[in-house]
Design a binder for this molecule. Structure first.
Ligand code: GCB
Length: 631
């Protein structure tokens, strides 16, 4: 086909033949993407307490492996033109029978939002690439001067967002929320919202190409149309002042034309109110005493209704108050030593399959953790949905939250570092008012090198600058003594910068057989609380054999028994999150009839049935809970 002749009479196209010099260079395109990724609309925290309409539901989709909807035939993005002539984001409809149009959202299939595409459609199970989503919605405002935003809980991995044919921006990072203001662009009826989601893995991305979990793509969390007053409370932060249990520190940010206003914070149940004034930037800081506060803990997950008021906006949040710190090798919760009886969790729903996203999913997963006897959970290996932290607040489960700096990241690439920092900051901004969250984790199993330690140190500094009240850690690795296979050494130089000395170990699974566990002895370099962020073994639920047979429930249960006995001999051991609550999908696990694409280290199988090791850990946690000093 002579493509040139086909386009000969088309409307002028600046990127068409003859206009080569006006093509944006690769560097300019990258700058465009980075600029739009950094393009910040006002933060919208506490989004579920705001006035909003759900845009969840069936969205029309076009699977676009060759990205015809994004690039023209010279591979230049349509949206780089000032007045794009093509691109699926224009959401065109054929006007007359002669018009050539090779896509049509209205007649395309649908997928449910929120939800990954892989688990909704068998043909998309392994799909990695671009998929276009389109929904239509009306946007009738309740007041003429109110403002409108579209909010995305998460889109994995890159999202290009368009409203009524205009680009709102690009967001990078698969697990953190983002929003765009659409006040000027939205119409009362018939808005077209198009999102190109691309889950292609990249070596310089966060995470990188190599992970042990499924790369679920799509609009994986809630999409909301949010309405705010013209000047509104765009973010808030309120918790106990560091080092005290009776003083509250708060800060708020207003966005809009009337930034300077009187501001009031109240906690009616405690009979406290604090008043202040926002400055020219819309910021106000508060500090006030509280009396008779019931501190939040797993045993008593007390939350208080807190209200935030200005003349133009009001908002409320349910917030718990607790302290967390370390002293030598102790972890102190509300000033008392605590042992973290934990479990690691991937955000997957074993019954429905695929990425979990709903409050009910959070209740299911954290409910199992409670049944196991946990007071703690590690939300591995990326930010889970906001519902997890909110449900943990209600149920009384302490949390470790993590960013996907996993295995081999491009340590020397400044863009990779900027990306990781943004993901970490966005996670902290979203969950910094949740009492359940006590640990920000900046990485998992990263290979020791000066570049990696500098990269992670920057993340630690970022976390501490954003939130000085929580602990910072990372799941590190154990080093072997070349002279003695049973001698395990914990000496990662990064351990100097973390509050917990957390590491993963797989003695008896990747490292020898279970009989090795009893022979191991440890050298631990730092006087910090030792936290075992992973141990475990694969077991196919329902498959029984002797304790030396790999993949049997007996092997896994025996490994748990032996590991617990070994860990109890480490004097500074203060908690663990064994790997993992439920079996989860992983393309790294092909063994037929045993793994079939699942990592089988769950204590619960793919169908929700518990394995023997669940009972072993439960028994240990019951004992630890009984031994714990009563509050
Ligand atoms: C690890 C990783 C985790 C894997 C696990 C395994 O060390 O942190 O993501 O899934 O081991 O099963 O190998």
């Amino acid at each position: 086909m002579n493509r040139r002749s086909l386009f000969a009479s088309a409307p002028p196209d600046p990127f068409h033949a003859g206009a080569m010099r006006s093509h944006p260079s690769a560097a300019a395109l990258l700058a465009l993407v980075v600029a739009s990724a950094l393009h910040a609309d006002p933060a919208l925290d506490n989004v579920y307490a705001r006035s909003s309409t759900s845009l969840n539901g069936k969205w029309h989709v076009i699977v676009d492996p060759y990205e015809n909807g994004y690039y023209d035939y010279r591979h230049v993005p349509y949206d780089a033109a000032e007045k794009p002539t093509g691109g699926y984001f224009l959401d065109k409809q054929q006007k007359d029978k002669s018009e050539l149009l090779e896509y049509n959202f209205d007649t395309s299939p649908t997928l449910t939002v929120p939800g990954d595409w892989n688990s909704q459609e068998a043909q998309l199970l392994y799909y990695e690439g671009t998929l276009w989503y389109r929904t239509r919605f009306d946007a009738k405002k309740s007041a003429p001067d109110s403002r409108l935003f579209v909010y995305f809980g998460a889109a994995n991995y890159r999202a290009d967002v368009y409203l009524n044919g205009k680009k709102l921006g690009t967001h990078i990072g698969g697990f953190t929320p983002f929003s765009y203001e659409i006040t000027a662009l939205a119409k009362e009826t018939g808005n077209s919202l198009v999102v190109r989601v691309d889950n292609t893995r990249h070596a310089d991305a966060v995470p990188t190409v190599n992970t042990d979990w499924w790369n679920y793509g799509g609009l994986t969390r809630d999409v909301l149309l949010v309405e705010t007053p013209s000047t509104f409370i765009s973010s808030h932060r309120l918790q106990l002042k560091k080092g005290t249990a009776d003083r509250i520190e708060a800060s708020v940010q207003l966005d809009g034309p009337q930034r300077q206003q009187a501001f009031r914070i109240s906690i009616p149940e405690l009979n406290v109110t604090s008043e202040g004034q926002t400055d020219a930037n819309g910021v106000a800081r508060f500090e006030f005493p509280v009396r008779g506060l019931a501190l939040w803990s797993p045993e008593n997950p007390k939350l208080y209704q807190v209200t935030f008021n200005t003349a133009t906006d009001h908002m409320s949040d349910k917030i718990g108050f607790r302290t967390i710190e370390t002293r030598g090798s102790e972890i102190l919760l509300n000033g008392r030593p605590v042992f973290l009886r934990g479990i690691s969790i991937h955000e997957e729903n074993p019954f429905r399959g695929g990425r979990a996203y709903a409050p009910e999913d959070a209740r299911q997963l954290l409910g199992w953790a409670k049944e196991l006897g946990c007071n703690f959970a590690r939300l591995a290996h990326y930010p889970h949905s906001e519902h997890m932290a909110r449900v943990a607040d209600e149920m009384g489960v302490l949390l470790w939250e993590e960013v996907p700096v996993y295995w081999t990241i491009s340590w020397k690439n400044p863009d990779t570092l900027a990306n990781a920092r943004t993901q970490l900051t966005d996670l902290i901004t979203r969950d910094r008012n949740r009492a359940s969250v006590i640990v920000w984790s900046v990485a998992n199993e990263t290979p020791v090198s000066p570049e990696r330690t500098a990269f992670l140190k920057t993340l630690v500094d970022t976390a501490r600058a954003a939130d000085a009240t929580r602990l910072v850690s990372a799941a590190m690795e154990v080093h072997a003594d070349p002279a003695d296979a049973n001698h395990k050494i914990v000496d990662d130089p990064f351990g100097e910068f973390t509050d917990l000395l957390s590491f993963n170990e797989y003695i008896g699974w990747y490292d020898g057989a279970p009989d090795k566990i009893g022979r191991v002895h440890w050298t631990i370099k730092y006087d910090k609380p030792v936290f075992i962020s992973e141990f475990g073994a694969d077991a196919l639920q329902g498959w029984h054999a002797d304790a030396l047979t790999r993949f049997s429930e007996e092997y896994q249960a025996d490994l748990y028994r032996k590991t617990i006995a070994m860990l109890e001999k480490i004097p500074q051991w203060r908690g663990t999150t064994p790997w993992i609550l439920c079996d989860f999908r992983s393309p790294r696990r092909p063994l037929p009839h045993v793994q079939d694409g699942w990592n089988r280290k769950g204590l619960i199988g793919e169908n929700g049935t518990k394995k023997m090791a669940f009972g072993v850990l439960q028994e240990f946690y019951q004992r630890k809970a009984a031994e714990a000093p009563k509050p």
